[in-house]
Design a protein around this ligand. Sequence first.
Ligand code: ATP
Ligand code: MG
Length: 448
Amino acid sequence: MIRKLLRRVFKRTEATSSAELAIIPVDRHGLRREQLSPAARKVCAVLQERGYKAYVVGGAVRDLLAGLTPKDFDVATSATPEQVRESFRRSRIIGRRFKIVHVMSGPETIEVSTFRAGQDAESTETDEHGRILRDNVFGNQQEDATRRDFTVNALYYDPSDETIHDYHHGVADLQQKTLRIIGDPRTRYREDPVRMLRAVRLGAKLGLSIDPDARKPIREMAMLIDNVPPARLFDEMLKLLFSGHAVTCLKQLREEGLHHGLLPLLDVILEQPLGERFVWLSLENTDQRVRQGKPVSPGFLFATLLWHEVLAAWESRKADGEAIYPALFAAMDQVLDQQAGKLAITRRIAGDIKDIWALQPRFEKRSGKAPYRVIEQPRYRAGWDFLRLRAESGELPMELADWWERFSHAGHDERAALLQPDSDAPRKRRRKRRKSPAAGATPGASGE
Ligand code: ATP
Ligand code: MG
């Protein structure tokens, strides 16, 4: 009995490092081909008919096994990009460093990649910290499995017979709710420090706990994230923030010591002296929207993350005597200039952020013609969502957000009734009267 157990444990560690293939039949994993998208099935079928190996791989298999809806479907194949390209009329090769093929089928695009060799390949180039700069060598299926990050991500589903090809005990790990890294964790993090962030994100998304061997080194290796190009970090942070589990992920990152000074974006989020409540509310709100399948935009989220800095800068400019709007626009530029470079915020996102901020003071005027113009703004809805969050955080009375919701949905007469008395009007009329000597002589006849 003990010998059997030892053998099993031993076999397991051996298998994790040397990739021993298990072909798991459908009655043991339960994933049916009907659960795949039609395009994913078709791409595999066409490639297999032509004599190539082809599997649905990675996140889609993992998510389906975990009962989640996959974002998209990826296919891994023994065919070269050119051979894939020749197999599908609607397809194109993308990427220069490592070519992959996008195959269009109906409304879907399937990303097809050729099996790649692992990190041991001689041609792998690394920087002085061991970070992989290039891994663009084709390999066989087993090598392809070993270069993937986590065991649950190295599963190959064959739609033709509904088996899963599992080289690293990914199915068992998923069933045991463990996120295990393939190979030696320290080496794998050194090769690509982004894997530390992926560990936290995938753990939260799938409800898996990170295996202690993979978890422990994160704290001591966190500094390596410094060497990752900012644009790649930004992409990964966006994935994390829009995973539907941003709140859990961020708390976990803080626990793992993965934020301070490493991820400027996280410093903004986690070290908000001013708008802490607002930022967390906004993250909770984002999580909820993602889970309900509602649209979310980076512009909106970043607008919330940086709002309290804008508010502070705006207030101080107003206190120095600047007029409301010029002060706001200057404050917006000031905060974005400070943060945009650090956070790798693109110009387009910066434009969206400004649109949302610029609408905020306009919500305070509820009289005259102005409200009609506000609700015609293309970004009105985002602006109002933002206003509502501000109200929820206690920055403004909720009554203001409610008023706009009513006004924007009301009919013609109801709108007119909702408008507040125009406080500017009497002043204007008075000014006019002052110009005419006759009117100026009539006391007490001001507009009512
Ligand atoms: P999701 O799509 O939910 O964000 P994912 O795991 O599918 O998660 P992708 O970026 O789509 O993430 O990657 C697809 C697959 O490529 C992964 O499942 C994994 O097998 C592999 N992969 C992605 N990033 C890495 C990495 N940094 N190191 C090793 N393998 C990776
Ligand atoms: Mg994916």
